[in-house]
Ligand binder design. Structure first.
Ligand SMILES: *Cc1c(COP(=O)(O)O)cnc(C)c1O
Length: 353
């Protein structure tokens, strides 16, 4: 079965070998206070700079999930106000998790087809945290690099946090344009679940040091000070970090991957636009995600396609939430092979009549 699910997703073929290596190399019982772990954490951070273009002065921190990152930001970095822009389920969940911790969270909804213009928004609290979901996995939309750049330029005093869970390691992100980026690894990284990363700017670190929130096991200020010694506040997913290191080490680098992702996305786009029963859910080409493609059709067609696909060896992503019966989603993640993508396209075309 080839998984086109947008997370947990198809993993890289090399993962089983890396797991064996981890066992052989003693990684599975590695102590997280040991020099070996410190070397692993350091090497992985170096690879983030080399392979994903993370700036030298940004910190790489480990958590267990993107959901945990939502809470860390809410508890440790948001002082007064947070502004949450969203058009789908993940952005909404982030807002709701934040609201439970901090009553001053404010939602700014936009529609799935809308390309937001940062200049249309002004924030009465200039030091607020602006929360953006770069890639909304539930409906296959994205905020492009230009939008992120404008948010940064227009709000120099704000802290900008970006959920890039289903795009980091799949497309090129300009990390300088925000302060906190996070992603769990079971999507574009092509790894098994149970690990997430937070990429943090000097400004985010500075703010955490001023706030000094230390009430939680995962308080950001503590995480940062431990990582200054290449350590973590608690025993982390050491095997996950090792697998991440191996995948990054083997990676061609994000410029190449980005190009492949976009090329493949264009093929899917052309496929969907020329198909007479399956159509792209998102009509506005300017906001379509490069990494998650929802297709819509009549309800009866959707269930037939999903069932037949399963029998043919393709696992399609369920439509998310209220889109469950009218759409399915196809991941366009780097670990998928060209031949698998071609095979799925051929299969979907064969169902046409
Ligand atoms: C999958 C996903 C999450 C949740 O990730 P977990 O690792 O399950 O916490 C959050 N945000 C986005 C955009 C996602 O795609």
């Amino acid at each position: 079965m080839v998984s086109f699910y947008p997370g947990p997703a198809r993993i890289y073929d090399e993962i089983p070998t890396y797991v064996k290596d981890a066992a052989k190399e003693g990684v599975l019982s590695m102590n997280h206070r040991s020099p070996e772990f410190e070397a692993l954490a350091k090497k992985t951070a170096t690879l983030f700079r080399k392979k994903l273009g993370v700036p030298a002065n940004y910190k790489v921190l480990y958590t267990s999930s993107a959901t945990e990152c939502w809470e860390i930001i809410a508890q440790s970095l948001i002082t007064d106000k947070s502004y949450h822009f969203f058009n789908g389920a993940f952005g909404k969940k982030w807002f709701e998790y934040t609201l439970a911790i901090n009553k001053n969270a404010e939602a700014l909804l936009f529609s799935r087809e809308e390309k937001i213009e940062p200049a249309d928004f002004s924030f009465p609290y200039p030091q607020a945290t602006i929360c953006l979901t770069q890639n909304e996995t539930s409906n296959g939309t994205q905020l492009d690099a230009g939008i992120l750049k404008k948010f940064r330029k227009l709000n120099p005093a704000a802290l900008i946090a970006v959920d890039a869970t289903s795009s980091m390691a799949g497309i090129q992100l300009d990390f300088k344009q925000a302060d906190v980026w996070f992603a769990s690894v079971q999507k574009c990284f092509g790894l098994p679940a149970g690990l997430a990363v937070m990429i943090c700017s000097p400004r985010a670190v500075e703010r955490a040091k001023i706030i000094q929130e230390k009430l939680h096991y995962n308080s950001f200020a503590n995480m940062v000070s431990m990582m200054e010694k290449w350590q973590t506040t608690h025993t982390p997913n050491v095997m996950g970090i090792y697998l991440l290191m191996r995948v990054l080490e083997k990676s061609d680098g994000i410029a190449t991957i980005h190009q492949q992702t976009v090329e493949r996305f264009r093929k899917w786009e052309a496929f969907a636009e020329s198909n007479d029963r399956l159509k792209p859910l998102v009509e506005n080409r300017q906001v379509r995600s490069y990494t998650v493609l929802p297709l819509k059709a009549e309800t009866s067609v959707i269930s037939t396609v999903k069932n037949k696909a399963k029998k043919a060896g393709f696992l399609l992503g369920e439509g998310y939430g209220e889109l469950k019966t009218s759409t399915f989603r196809i991941a366009n993640f780097p670990a998928l092979r060209d031949r698998e993508v071609k095979a799925l396209m051929t299969f979907l075309k064969s169902l046409k009549k």
